[in-house]
Design a protein around this ligand. Sequence first.
Ligand code: B12
Ligand code: SF4
Ligand code: SF4
Length: 364
Amino acid sequence: MKQENNIKTFSRSELCDLVNKIKQWGKELGFQAVGITDTDLSIAEQRFNSWIKHKMHGDMSYMSRHGTKRTRPAELENGTISIISVRMDYFPEDPEHSISLLTQNNKAYIARYSLGRDYHKVVKKRLQKLAKQLEQEIGSFGYRVFTDSAPVLEKPLAEKAGLGWIGKHSNVLQKKTGSWFFLGELYTNLPLPTDEPAVNHCGSCTQCMTVCPTQAIVKPYIVDSRLCISYLTIESKDAIPERLRPLLGNRIYGCDDCQLFCPWNRFSQQTIESDYFARGDLASPELLNLFSWTENEFLKHTEGTAIRRIGHEAWLRNIAVALGNSLSTHPSDSNEIIRALKEKRADSSPLVQEHINWALLQGR
Ligand code: B12
Ligand code: SF4
Ligand code: SF4
């Protein structure tokens, strides 16, 4: 915990007033929803352990490394008894444009969450402000802020805090706004009254499972990362398994299909955060242009975005696969693509060369 534990004793009504203020401040700071929950994640813990046991985290060793700290918040931050869970919307454009991009073989599809400023920075900064505001109100208290930055089980916490339910695609979504939002948390040692958990409204729908290009949602609510395009293009440093490459289409960084076609996302709103608007030409970029970037150009164009984290090698690996897919589906556009692939092959790493060789074979 960041601060000494120095809290006075509050009455129930003082705590209720405090929660109302926290929610109000959260909204003023740009969070679309704020909820409170306790630290009991016992059901999620069993599900999480089963997911790890079945090795569905692939090579994300950070998911299995922390023992029970992820599922028992007080083991991660001593003294934690209440968690403030927040939601920040990020969808930057008209969803129809995103859907239409998926069918344009000369364009690249980049997950919509990553087109603007890296959310880790934006959400964390706002949460720090929320904590400071709370501190001004009640004096020093114990807290720590997170957004995808430590072993925290963000989705089950958000569901318990009433922010939305975990859908069959495993993301948190809400009836009025869909799922296009980030989550963040403020762990505290304050005995705050908790909100009611969200109720599941997936019903008999299985749309996300049907549209998933790689069938990564192996059962309702269970995503096998090893099949998920988000994992293959962002988290994995290795070769993309050959049998999955044709299924990636033009998705070169992350994937949104399970959300793009979810009926509840019909009601989603475009974000009001200009930080999440697409930088430069990232919203509908040409594959060949992105493939031509040198490492320095890659670093320059992706500065401040989450995309930068994958590095230039994985970037080229992913685009080579998309170019191969373009060759196989639209052979008439092949000359320029073949030339670009051959040119890049000469000074690429063995990993990228192997993906380029695969791509060239798709044109035959
Ligand atoms: C690891 C990780 C990934 C991995 C694994 C995905 C996954 N499903 O876990 C990969 C790289 C594939 C990934 C991809 C994406 N991610 Co991610 N990811 C995480 C991370 C770091 C941990 C998630 C985790 O704990 N997974 C462990 C498994 C066990 O959890 P789970 O799949 O959710 O399983 C739970 C439920 O399904 C449920 N469950 C299981 N069985 C059953 C059965 C029943 C009946 C029920 C009701 C429930 C249930 O219990 C499980 C345990 O809680 C979080 C940040 C964080 N620290 O929480 C972000 C996070 C989940 N990711 C996020 C995002 C935005 C994405 C992408 C959309 C990015 C993109 N566009 O490419 C995709 C979505 C892919 C998908 N369909 O899940 C957001 C989601 C926001 C939201 N609205 O929910 C998070 C919360 C980051 C953030 N701070 O905003 N991600
Ligand atoms: S992100 Fe894409 S690959 Fe992953 S589960 Fe969703 S639709 Fe499937
Ligand atoms: S597509 Fe259907 S099943 Fe999947 S999360 Fe949305 S409502 Fe639930």
